[in-house]
Design a binder for this molecule. Structure first.
Ligand code: KG4
Ligand code: ZN
Length: 357
């Protein structure tokens, strides 16, 4: 089944063609990040105007690279939310127009559901559920316990900032360009990650929630109270990056300890492009299969994940995958998947089983 995917939820304009949820025939993207490098973040109106200019050229490039004519496409998938409304509308209106023009069925996909399916792109191994998925991006940091593509329960989430947001805000404090994740990672290469000890938030609490706003405050005061010296910013970047990664892995390990029947643990979302995090995640001494998206292009926002995830929706939900949808700037993934009832883990009554410190 060949699906054309469109993703425009933030500042990217992305179109991809994917076969059977795994084989990426094309994955085109026009990014406007350079426009916002010095603005500290995305300016929604500017992003949407740029996306209007980019969407048709990117669509043509995706069809051309895949060497495919519209007749061969079985369905069109688009991100329906959450995201910036003006940006989302560029994608959803384009997809509705193409579906009508070409006579194709249309699927609206939740952005995070796209991320959750990104580990299957370019990988032909059979997934084994239950899967614990850590999804960390600029808008959310979630831990899902999943028994099928469309069946899962959100077991942990951030109580304040998302992990990517912490990178973005931390980078702004260190005068590094947006997006902050890659900027901090680059600066951190010159630094010592043990130079500063940032807190591991919510330690000692039960469950798998995250909190990143305290780390941001800790960075602010450390910066204010430390005498300027060579490589200070690099040391801060490395220590801050380490603290974010440790918290993400700490909660994932706790979840894995509580759900030992888990067959695979996945790391997805824009933050999964972070080399330190990928390295730490893939080197955890566990028997369970640890998976990250096979290409960095599948970590950050892209349309292949939207086309890929639509295939799993089609496979598991059939007709119901094609119900009409609204474009929504806020949208919970819990309203788009079937909740799984899971047993209360034994260790929640005792000591949390994370990385600790
Ligand atoms: O998934 P994504 O592309 O967009 C959203 O859905 O938000 O994630 C973007 C986030 C940004 O906050 C960005 O700073 C972060 O992912 N990010 C990274 C890296 N590349 C992108 N964070 C850490 N290290 C990276 N290499
Ligand atoms: Zn995303």
């Amino acid at each position: 089944m060949i699906i054309l995917g469109i993703e425009t939820s933030c500042d990217e304009t992305a179109v991809a063609v994917v076969e059977d949820g795994r084989i990426v025939l094309s994955n085109q993207i026009a990014s406007t990040k350079d426009l916002f490098a010095n603005a500290g973040g995305v300016v929604p109106e500017h992003a949407a105007r740029k996306q209007l200019e980019c969407i048709l050229p990117v669509l043509h490039a995706a069809l051309k690279t895949a060497a495919i004519k519209p007749q061969k496409i079985d369905a069109i998938a688009v991100t329906k939310g959450p995201g910036l409304l003006g940006s989302l509308l560029v994608g959803t209106i384009t997809s509705r127009t193409l579906a009508r023009l070409w006579g194709k069925p249309l699927l609206g996909v939740h952005h995070t559901f796209g991320h959750l399916s990104s580990t299957f792109l370019g990988d032909d191994t059979i997934p084994h559920f239950p899967i614990i998925s850590l999804s960390a991006s600029g808008g959310h940091s979630d831990i899902w316990y999943r028994t099928a593509h469309t069946k899962g329960t959100l077991i942990g989430a951030t109580r304040d900032d998302a992990a990517g947001e912490a990178f973005d805000k931390g980078a702004a404090m260190l005068n590094l360009p947006y997006p902050g994740g890659p900027s901090i990672a680059k600066e951190a290469l010159q630094g010592n990650d043990a130079a500063f000890s940032f807190p591991l938030p919510l330690q000692g609490e039960q469950g798998y929630d995250f909190s990143f706003s305290g780390l941001k405050t800790a960075l602010k005061y450390t910066l204010r109270d430390t005498e300027p010296r060579p490589r200070l910013h690099a040391d801060l970047a490395a220590s801050f990056e380490r603290a974010i990664c440790e918290q993400l892995l700490d909660r994932t390990l706790r979840a894995l300890a509580d759900y030992p029947e888990t067959k695979e643990v996945h790391l997805v979302g824009g933050v999964s492009a972070n080399s330190r995090l990928r390295h730490m995640f893939l080197n955890l001494p566990r028997q369970t299969r640890m998976r990250v998206p096979v290409k960095l292009a599948y970590c950050t926002d892209n349309a292949a994940m939207i086309a890929g995830s639509a295939y799993w929706l089609h496979k598991e939900l059939g007709e119901a995958a094609y119900t009409s949808f609204f474009t929504a700037s806020t949208l919970s993934l819990e309203s788009c998947v079937s909740k799984v009832t899971i047993k209360r883990p034994k260790t929640q009554a005792g000591v949390p089983q994370g990385l600790g410190r």
